[in-house]
Design a protein around this ligand. Structure first.
Ligand SMILES: NC(=O)c1ccc[n+]([C@@H]2O[C@H](COP(=O)([O-])OP(=O)(O)OC[C@H]3O[C@@H](n4cnc5c(N)ncnc54)[C@H](O)[C@@H]3O)[C@@H](O)[C@H]2O)c1
Length: 238
């Protein structure tokens, strides 16, 4: 029960890494507010409160923060919602596609921290922002995704440095290729290329990322802030 008595908020909670994180957090005793665009109505079961959340919408974030503050205050925030959107390059991507990816992956993370960090100041809290290997090292094409994930890396360090004295830790997690609906929808040739470039030679499982997120959320990570955690089978070690 590593999160007993804690309140956690997870975005992008309906599938993949987010769903695995919600399940681990609940097993470890947290009350989890699970937000996702695809949740049509509110539901509650086994310490998991599912809420419709579009991370692009600041008002929905504020409503969720108000609800959570009525129940106590959030000690854990996982900004996980994200999408690739387009594989287009800087010169080919449409301006609309550019803004739509930045709105979810970058501005959504900004909104999450903006509304939930105030609940943590002085009391203690852990923010985990899900970036990517492509927010740590370069990749060709996929221009808005790499830009947004690089921003998530720096926003995490910024939050870590800004709020360190007020007991808020902020870290980023960088998954390699993980078996989720996002990857199932991707061109298999792209996934095969990433597996070939992965020293472990295999795709990762959502639970392998959730385990690292759980560590960062827990008090075991009490001296860890501003760090980048690769969960990538060695991809970025090369
Ligand atoms: N799967 C991978 O290989 C991989 C690799 C690196 C980074 N990541 C990152 O991990 C995170 C989770 O990825 P995943 O593979 O589990 O994705 P996924 O597509 O399987 O699940 C993402 C979830 O986010 C939700 N979502 C999408 N847009 C949203 C919005 N505007 N508001 C709220 N919820 C929204 C979706 O409904 C879905 O439930 C993402 O940030 C992704 O960029 C994934």
């Amino acid at each position: 029960m590593r999160l007993k008595g804690k309140i956690a908020v997870v975005s992008g909670a309906a599938a993949g890494i987010g769903a695995a994180t919600v399940a681990r957090f609940a097993e470890e005793g947290a009350t989890v507010y699970a937000g996702d665009l695809s949740f049509k109505e509110n539901s509650e079961e086994g310490g998991i409160l599912r809420r419709r959340l579009d991370v692009r919408d600041l008002t929905l974030w504020e409503n969720l923060a108000n609800e959570v503050s009525g129940a106590g205050s959030a000690q854990i925030l996982v900004n996980n919602a994200g999408l690739v959107g387009t594989y287009a390059s800087l010169t080919d991507v449409s301006v609309e596609d550019w803004h739509s990816v930045i709105a979810v992956n970058q501005t959504g993370v900004f909104y999450g921290m903006r509304v939930f960090i105030p609940q943590m100041l002085g009391r203690g809290g852990s923010v985990i922002n899900v970036s990517s290997i492509w927010g740590a090292v370069g990749a060709a094409g996929v221009a808005p995704y790499t830009a947004s994930k690089g921003a998530v890396t720096q926003m995490s360090k910024n939050g870590a440095l800004t709020y360190a004295k007020e007991k808020v830790r902020v870290n980023s997690v960088h998954p390699g290729l993980i078996a989720t609906p996002m990857i199932a929808a991707q061109d298999p040739n792209i996934s095969a290329d990433v597996v070939r470039a992965t020293p472990m030679g295999r795709i990762g499982e959502p639970g392998e990322v959730a385990a690292v997120i759980l560590f960062l959320a827990s008090d075991e990570a009490s001296y860890v802030t501003g760090a980048q955690f690769m969960v990538d089978g060695g991809y970025t070690a090369q």
